[in-house]
Structure formats: C-alpha cells, structure tokens
Design a protein around this ligand. Structure first.
Ligand SMILES: [Ca+2]
Ligand SMILES: [Ca+2]
Length: 138
C-alpha cells in the first residue's frame, strides 16, 4: 500500500489508453479467475468487490454495515458486472464495467487532486504509476 495523490484526469487518461487498459484488465481478470475457466464466479470476484468497497469508503459514502448487509452490497456489485445476469462475469462484462466504474470515480474526483491510500495491484495505483512514467518520458 502507498499514499498517492491523484485527480480525475489521472484516471481518465489511463482508461482512455485502450490498449494498455485492456492488457491490465486481462491481467487482473486472469488473476481473479482462479479455476481458469475464463469466467468469474461470485466467489472469484469477491476479492475485487472488496477493493471496490474500499473505494466507496474513501468517498465517505458508507458507514460500517452489518455482515448480512455487506453480503447484499457485494451481490449487487456483482450484478452490476454481470450484464446478462447469467451468474458469471466474462471478460467483456468485466472490462466494460471496470471502465464504467473508473470513469464514474474520475468524474467524482473532478480536477481537485486527492490523497488516497492505494493497494499495490489496484487500478488506481497503476493509473498513478502510468502517469508518473509518462511524465518521466516527456
Ligand atoms: Ca473462474
Ligand atoms: Ca454474465
């Protein structure tokens, strides 16, 4: 974990670099797909869903919910990913929803830089790393 400063543009630039974004999404998908069947089940998604919840806490949306309530939150997040409601998330659904969520976060941040504690493998950390690398290269 590290503390990073980022704003909406950091995230948008990252999402708009389609090729790099796709590679990372595939990477994360493969990482989550522990039984390698090309689909993410609810159990496999749970780790990622928990990261997304960390997000919400950062934005002060949430107060500590009951465990049963938490399970409902995870299920509804999973449903958001599972566009065709067949009980599993395929790569296409995963990429589309990840992009949508990141754009929503970016719009929420706007142009005001904020400080966030980021997990090493999270998308936001990669977005920040990427921005730093572009700046060094320029
Ligand atoms: Ca799987
Ligand atoms: Ca599905």
């Amino acid at each position: 974990m590290s503390v990073e400063v980022l704003d909406g543009a950091t995230i948008l630039n990252f999402v708009q670099d389609k090729e790099a974004f796709h590679v990372l999404v595939c990477d994360l998908f493969g990482h989550l797909d522990t039984n390698h069947d090309g689909l993410l089940s609810y159990a496999e998604m749970l780790k990622e869903l928990q990261c997304l919840r960390v997000f919400e806490t950062h934005f002060g949306i949430d107060v500590k919910p009951e465990p049963s309530e938490l399970a409902r939150v995870y299920e509804s997040l999973f449903d958001q990913f599972d566009h065709d409601s067949n009980g599993t998330v395929d790569l296409e659904e995963f990429e589309a929803e990840t992009e949508r969520m990141l754009v929503a976060v970016a719009n929420g941040l706007g142009f005001l830089p904020v400080q966030m504690v980021l997990e090493e493998d999270s998308f936001l950390k990669k977005a920040v790393d990427r921005e730093l690398m572009t700046k060094v290269a320029a």
